[in-house]
Design a protein around this ligand. Structure first.
Ligand SMILES: Cc1cc2nc3c(=O)[nH]c(=O)nc-3n(C[C@H](O)[C@H](O)[C@H](O)COP(=O)(O)O)c2cc1C
Length: 343
């Protein structure tokens, strides 16, 4: 990832599980190449939003499942908030944890979800002063659509994004990773803009916002809209990764996030163009040990295929064809409709 060599492609993604030093150390001990610590910003309102956070698991048939169940294939539906410490304290702690992580060639990154441009620049400057090596700038948090106005910056315009990333780039000399939203039609263009403005890598894509009626209570699950991610999101993320690789170029380091639940899912993200993958929901659902299992599964897959992780990157993306390149097969649709349709 830019100048940073990763010991493996599995990164523990940002979330409440890495909002404490203990959580960050547990992620590293589980074998993750690095950790993106819980994000913060400068807005007291955004931090207070953590106090209204709530979480639900959802089955593939859209019914809620109990927290802690070992059922497979669940999606995570939740509203989250931001870390409630000051940037000064948090960055100082993260820099210390990063120094610890360096002993095993791992990293601990700080993450910001700023409320606005000036704050982004100021937080990036503080991160640099605290000797943070890797900073992730998330300008695509889905929560911004529900949070109090002005508390979370969501940037979906290429020119504005370029401006924000350029200013943050000037304020922070380390590795700068930019995390994009999941909703939009111009994500490859946003990735290219971030890269042109100096991002070392681009993370994609943020979760989606959703609303789920419960047919038993007749009310919305959790009472509000919320961020939503599950294994079903993986192919959608893969398409964005592949399209971005085609548009922004093969030398744009991409980080896949949103939908990976297993070692084979990490391989899928890499085949679509990611050089590394951030995983969050699987850790919240199954604990840090899930990261150890995921790395082991990826290892045995690579051994079976006789490939290195780096050799996976973009293999499927580069084989992705257009509709226009398909050979016509008249009448093929007949094989896929109910018998009655054909009369
Ligand atoms: C409860 C929760 C809290 C999250 N908090 C943050 C955050 O503070 N900053 C951030 O950049 N992403 C945050 N995310 C997004 C995750 O880092 C990750 O990109 C997303 O959940 C998709 O990956 P997954 O399918 O592995 O969960 C959060 C996700 C969840 C579920």
């Amino acid at each position: 990832m830019g100048d940073l060599a990763l010991v493996n492609p599995v990164i523990c993604g940002s979330g409440e599980h890495v909002m404490t030093a203990a959580g960050i150390r547990a992620a590293l001990a589980a074998g993750a190449a690095g950790v993106i610590a819980k994000s913060l910003n400068e807005s007291a309102i955004a931090a207070r939003q953590l106090d209204i956070a709530d979480y639900a698991l959802v089955r593939p048939d859209n019914t809620p499942a109990a927290w802690g169940t070992s059922e497979q294939g669940l999606s995570l539906f939740c509203r989250s908030g931001l870390a409630q410490t000051t940037a000064e304290e948090w960055f100082a702690l993260l820099a210390e944890l990063d120094r610890e992580a360096m002993a095993t060639n791992r990293f601990v990154a700080a993450s910001i979800i700023p409320a606005g441009l000036d704050a982004a620049v100021e937080l990036a400057g503080r991160a640099g002063k605290a000797s943070i090596r890797v900073l992730e700038l998330n300008i695509g948090s889905p929560q911004s659509l529900e949070a109090a106005p002005g508390t979370i910056l969501l940037e979906s315009d290429e020119a504005r994004l370029k401006h924000v990333v350029g200013r943050v780039r000037a304020a922070f000399g380390g590795q700068l990773w930019v995390k994009l939203p999941g909703l939009g039609t111009n994500l490859p263009e946003l990735a290219r803009a971030a890269r042109e403005a100096g991002a070392d890598a681009v993370g994609m894509v943020g979760r989606f916002m959703a609303m789920l009626p419960d047919v038993e209570t007749l009310a919305p699950v959790l009472g509000t809209s919320a961020g939503y991610s599950g294994g079903w999101a993986l192919p959608i993320t893969c398409r964005w990764l592949a399209m971005t690789r085609q548009m922004a170029g093969r030398n744009t380091p991409l980080i896949g996030t949103n939908g990976a639940r297993s070692g084979l899912d990490v391989a899928r993200f890499m085949l679509a163009g990611a050089s590394a993958v951030e995983l969050t929901s699987v850790v919240l659902q199954s604990g840090f040990a899930a990261l150890t299992d995921i790395i082991a599964e990826l290892d045995s897959y690579l051994a079976r295929k006789g490939l290195s992780a780096a050799e996976l990157v973009g293999r499927a993306a580069d084989a992705l064809q257009t509709y226009q390149a398909q050979a016509p097969r008249p009448g093929r649709w007949r094989d896929f409709v109910p018998q009655e349709t054909l009369g």
